[in-house]
Design a protein around this ligand. Sequence first.
Ligand code: ZN
Length: 422
Amino acid sequence: MSKETAKELIAFIEKSPTSFHAVKTMEEMLDGEGYIKLEEKDRWELVPGGRYYTTRNGSALIAFSLPEEELKGFRIIASHSDSPSFKIKENPEILVENQYVKLNIEGYGGMLCAPWLDRPLSVAGRIAIKEEGKIVTRLVNIDRDLLMIPNLAIHMNREANNGYKYNPQKDLLPLFGEAAAKGNFQEILAEAAGVKEEEILGHDLFLYNRQKGTIWGAREEFVSIGRLDDLQCAFASLKGFLAGAKEKYGAVHCVMDNEEVGSGTKQGAASTFLYDVLLRIQKGMGGDYEDYLRCVADSFMISADNAHAVHPNYTEKADPVNRPYLNKGIVIKHSANQKYCTDGFSAAVFKDICRQAGVPFQTFTNRSDMPGGSTLGNISMAQVSVNAVDIGLPQLAMHSPYETAGVEDTDYFIKAAAVFFE
Ligand code: ZN
């Protein structure tokens, strides 16, 4: 069961090299279940019991299911679609000594740099073209080994193993081809997108690791692939959303973009996207603003973003007592400074959900002398203020292009999400 789920998770992530593709992958799953796509620019005609989804920027998605009876509140799980990577800059080709062509890139989010080197990479994202008088976007994935960021040999950098600071403009530009490849990037991109080179007016393109996902370990207890943060939560949230009965409350599966760069975009958690959708649901169900406020007061959000498991080589990095491990259950994240939105009340609500679902949970806090990260839960509170808990699935090597998680934990979250969406 859990191994099958891990295989499904790998397939989901391999179809989703960028946030744009992750949204497309989720759209296909929702279409398959009969969900109706709503465009934000259209007037929404909602019916009780209806099942819908909408997207923003093609990189954030909110799916929702309405109760047959009066809307009393929302049950929301929020995760994020983006992962740290490198973005291809405008006019990316750089000719080196008339021998090589490399690509100009810049960092997106806080990645671990070293594991991006010496492995086949490619490029995916979206392009913008003019079609029937309008600018439209199209997904693109150059689905082959295309690029490599070669390391400098140890002989030329004797300090390489003594802690190295990567300069993205100097150390991390990927090799694209020999001199004859000059001018080929746009050509290859156009071919992959099925358009003519000169039609491409804009692009949002990112590097991704070509290494396939794998299930491994003495007893096949681990799963590794890129973008587990946070597509493992997005996947489990959607599976639980589809499995849940969704009868009593407005059930909301929400996946925001740009968490890795602070969430401050129109499709990020700081935007009005969730607020706009919830308000439109309320109006669509015949309610007014007063009803919206009443509903929000009786709502609950699970902010789902992966958590750090205790690392076998760095056990001292974890809190002395709150120590999450792989395959030991969903992690509830606490922070006194409210980097996470969990409090005593919301933690209790979530533990109760886990107990009802029959799945284990564990606790994460940062060491008191280490600041740790943040996530989208708190940021979204500025727009939609609800009781909320921050949780995640335990993983190692967060923000590497090849991360590791436990085979069991995805299933635990799917089960808990299904109970939450009951
Ligand atoms: Zn994350």
